[in-house]
Design a protein around this ligand. Structure first.
Ligand code: B12
Length: 469
């Protein structure tokens, strides 16, 4: 068997939230899959990592075929980053199989494969094998088995491997990710990592080395990094040692990460800014004490919200952009929504952007039933019972007062109220839009979209042109 491997990160048939041309430009790097490919490359394989993004499955397969990448002796590692990716995966696998009937297609993606092999096999009948959970420690073994070669040298314990960006198709269009920790364990009811303990942070020297490695690969420092983690919680020592590691390499790279609103001492913000921190994604989720308690985000909503305001202000004072995530949760009422909007109004000067959405019930193997019961006990009902098995997720009526349609409309209205087109572009271009996609390109695309299909305000940007909706 040749050593070539085709690694596909499943695309989406349509964007998860509002569909518009900008939403279809997102380039979400599947760093979990790139990590597996990087390990395999060290073991002598030649992986090619590609993302389906929003490409039509048939033309995607045709394109890969014309590159000579679809062949019996090139196994496919197929990654499902979310349940929304299943439809695209199904169509793509069918097209792959019609070209090479005995193609080996190995599927992973722990949030979707979960612990329910029969269900996922039914969803993706053209796949050969499904792998549950994390895979760094097993991937060489898994691939070696395809050629009946027994490999023990693959039992690496590399948890967050150094990513090899040379293996990535269109690598110049992505911003790099560096995984700095895994897990969270803070127990929030809506999160798949509620009980997965927060692991140790990657050594600051290693993080600086990886940034330096990326600079050497691209030959410049004109990039932004995303420090991937569910809960960025460095100690003061970590930050100062990261700063000196960066200074030793004469590196200053703007970076972004994700954390809780109540986890940092605002004094840390100044120190973090010196290391290059430029954007922070903060999971506020709600400013309603009732909802914060219901989602088990915090046992002390008043302390939580006070800390949130202090952190937002500290970020603003340091010139750091805060993007705040809001989650409409089961049991939501008009008055809990009002509590959140009132709080946002008080703090809006310090917020760069807002991402808002209603809770979705994901099918997550054996755990699904208890999450569903918990949501129902709070007053939610599933919109379409069959959707859970059919699609892998289901929408919710959050309460008798806030049904699914209202929650969806409220979410996009709220984002639009708090975010200008420029804020949206700045935040998205920092991490997710193609690196060569300019503000002018963005304006050209959005001027053709009806304003109610945009999650931001158009205010002030079309002064010299007419909006063509
Ligand atoms: C970081 C993150 C992102 C990042 C990066 C995503 C990525 N996969 O790399 C970004 C911002 C891009 C993102 C986007 C989205 N995300 Co997200 N994201 C997360 C988060 C916080 C961590 C993901 C993670 O653990 N990555 C670390 C890597 C190492 O793990 P991994 O990707 O799972 O990969 C490992 C295994 O799964 C396995 N594996 C993966 N692929 C393969 C393939 C093979 C062949 C094998 C053998 C193994 C294997 O091996 C890998 C290494 O161990 C999670 C979880 C959370 N805490 O809430 C949500 C989460 C995964 N995201 C979620 C969702 C819904 C989304 C979006 C749809 C959101 C949106 N607004 O559009 C998009 C999906 C885009 C898509 N194409 O489908 C949901 C998924 C729920 C579900 N069942 O669908 C989660 C669980 C959050 C939640 N709501 O609970 N996300």
């Amino acid at each position: 068997m040749s050593k070539r491997l085709l690694c596909i990160s499943s695309g989406l048939l349509a964007p998860k939230k509002i569909d518009n041309p900008v939403a279809r430009r997102h380039m979400y790097l599947n760093y979990g899959l790139l990590g597996l490919a990087s390990i395999l490359e060290k073991h002598g394989y030649q992986p090619f990592v590609t993302h389906g993004r929003f490409e039509d499955p048939t033309s995607f397969v045709r394109r890969l075929n014309s590159l000579g990448l679809i062949a019996k002796d090139i196994p496919v590692l197929f990654s499902l980053p979310s349940s929304f990716a299943i439809g695209w995966a199904r169509e793509t696998m069918a097209a792959l199989r019609s070209l090479v009937p005995d193609l080996e297609i190995i599927v992973g993606g722990r949030w979707v494969v979960a612990d329910d092999p029969n269900w996922i096999r039914g969803m993706l009948p053209h796949a050969s094998t499904f792998i549950e959970g994390l895979a760094e420690g097993r991937i060489v073994e898994i691939v070696a088995k395809l050629s009946n070669k027994h490999s023990t040298d693959g039992a690496t314990s590399d948890l967050a491997p150094v990513l090899n960006y040379r293996l990535l198709e269109d690598t110049h269009l992505y911003q790099p990710s560096i995984e700095v920790s895994r897990g969270c364990g803070k127990g929030c009811s809506f999160c798949a990592e509620a009980t997965v303990p927060l692991g140790a942070m990657k050594d600051p020297r290693q993080v600086a080395d990886e940034l330096d490695g990326y600079r050497k690969l691209t030959g410049n420092t004109d990039f932004h990094a995303y420090f991937e983690t569910s809960f960025f919680r460095p100690t003061s020592n970590w930050i100062s040692s990261f700063l000196s590691e960066m200074q030793n390499r004469s590196l200053l790279i703007p970076w972004r990460t994700e954390s809780r609103v109540d986890a940092w001492n605002p004094k840390m913000v100044e120190q973090l800014r010196k290391t290059g921190m430029h954007v922070i994604d903060l999971g506020l989720e709600s400013a309603s004490p009732k909802q914060l308690l219901a989602m088990k985000k915090t046992p002390k909503p008043d302390v939580y919200l006070k800390k949130a305001s202090e952190l937002l202000k500290a970020c603003y004072d340091e010139g750091i952009w805060a993007k705040v995530n809001v989650l409409l949760f089961p049991g939501e009422t008009r008055s809990t929504l009002l509590e959140t909007t009132d709080w946002l109004n008080e703090n809006m000067d310090f917020i760069k952007g807002l991402s808002v959405g209603p809770t979705i019930l994901y099918r997550y193997g054996q755990a699904t039933r208890s999450v569903k019961s918990e949501f129902e006990s709070l007053g939610a009902t599933v919109v379409e019972e069959e959707a859970l098995d059919r699609d892998g997720y289901a929408h919710l009526h959050l309460s008798s007062e806030v049904d699914h349609d209202f929650a969806t409309r409220f979410s996009s209205d709220l984002a639009r109220e708090y975010m200008t087109a420029r804020d949206y572009y700045d935040l998205k271009a920092f991490s997710y839009l193609p690196r060569d996609y300019s503000w002018d390109d963005f304006k050209k695309e959005i001027c053709k979209v009806p304003p109610d299909r945009l999650p931001f305000r158009l205010e002030g940007i079309f002064e010299n042109a007419t909006h063509q909706d």
